[in-house]
Design a protein around this ligand. Structure first.
Ligand SMILES: [Zn+2]
Ligand SMILES: [Zn+2]
Length: 369
């Protein structure tokens, strides 16, 4: 029996169950004793229906733990290994993995059904199959995941902080280091300073940006943005944010601007605050029905702007997770500072509320066993 926070239906509070049955790992699968899980905005987005997934489901897709048991044919990890979960599996051999785009791995397609690679689940609650978000389900104290969803890391990294790499850090820092082409001395704008936005900011700092303009509605988030490397702060509801960013960047606009919210109006603002010939990087997760209203001639032709979508920080997890851990060990990447509160799994609904109120960077669940 394992303990996990379960979403039973759209917009319901999560319910913690300690009577979830777990099977043995199947071929190519690994049972992971979860140590910690971040509470990400995308978990909330599944709960409120922005990201539609079938229920009942164990949420959580940003976590780290220790390998407990391996199924047949698993060769990459062994019991006792420390691992970070990747919410997109990386098979290493499909069309996309072969081209260095493992964030688009074809094996990720099964995610939408909530099962593992073969479409079935290893968890059962009250006789009913229980799904796992993104083949992870890190709000459980154990999870069975495909081997290709795991990245082995050194034992000397605190798994509580390593957990954060799995989504927010790979996505945010990856957006700056992989998706965007930031040059030394660039002016960068970041719209939305939640957990992922803060990571975009520290990624931009690592990439050598000179001026980093943070834009958010919440004063509390702007202050955190400063701690992560923002040099200029723009309160989104204090005048026109586009005009404010253009004013702060020599009247031209930002060399690179990131949208890390996922709303139509803020995406349009982000593209409009990008300088001629600059890059707008879309990181936030919009609702499925969001459309954009852009002037095609000016945006793309006369002003020669590039708009790039960023899924999972354009990361190749097997290369990027070790790189990020090295940056952390070198003191360049902040992980501890991303955690605003540590909670037990029963605190997850409160963490959702806090996130909606703009209070926190990351709530971190530490599991008990
Ligand atoms: Zn996430
Ligand atoms: Zn692949």
């Amino acid at each position: 029996m394992i303990t996990a926070a379960v979403l039973k239906g759209p917009s319901e509070d999560l319910v913690v169950h300690d009577d979830i049955e777990i099977d043995a790992p199947g071929p190519g699968e690994v049972k992971v004793k979860m140590v910690a899980s971040g509470v990400c905005h995308s978990d909330l987005s599944v709960q409120n229906g922005t990201i539609p997934l079938p229920t009942p489901i164990v949420l959580g897709h940003e976590g780290a733990g220790i390998v407990d048991e391996v199924g047949d044919g698993v060769t990459g990890v062994a019991p006792g290994d420390h691992v970070v979960l990747s919410f997109v599996p990386a098979c290493g051999s499909c069309y996309y993995c072969d081209r260095g785009q493992s964030y688009l791995c074809e094996k990720g397609a099964m995610q939408v059904a909530g099962g593992l690679l073969d479409g079935t689940t290893r968890l059962t609650l009250g006789g009913e199959p229980l799904r796992q978000m993104a083949m992870c389900g890190t709000f459980g104290n154990y999870a069975i995941v495909p081997e290709i969803s795991l990245v082995k890391i050194d034992d000397d990294v605190d798994l509580r902080f390593a957990a954060l790499i799995g989504c927010g850090v790979l996505t945010g820092v990856g957006a700056a280091l992989n998706t965007a082409s930031i040059r030394k001395g660039d002016t960068v704008a970041v719209v939305g300073c939640g957990g992922v936005g803060l990571n975009v900011i520290q990624g931009a700092r690592i990439a050598g940006a000179e001026k980093i303009i943070a834009i958010d509605m919440f004063e509390s988030k702007l202050q955190m943005a400063k701690d992560f490397g923002a040099t200029d702060l723009v309160k989104a509801d204090d005048g026109d944010p586009v005009a404010n960013v253009v004013g702060l960047s020599g009247g031209r606009g930002a060399d690179v601007a990131f949208e890390v919210i996922g709303l139509g109006p803020t995406i349009e603002q982000t593209i409009n605050m990008t300088r001629n010939g600059g890059e707008a990087i879309l990181v936030g997760v919009p609702r499925m029905d969001v459309m954009l209203n852009l002037n095609a001639a000016f945006t793309f032709l006369y002003l020669a702007k590039t708009v790039k979508g960023c899924w999972y920080g354009s990361s190749n997890v097997r290369d990027d997770v070790p790189k990020l851990i090295q940056l952390y060990k070198d003191g360049q990447l902040k992980l501890e500072e991303l955690v605003s509160r540590e909670i037990g799994v029963e605190g997850v609904n409160e963490a959702f509320t806090a996130m909606q109120q703009g209070e926190v960077a990351r709530s971190l669940i530490t599991h008990t066993h």
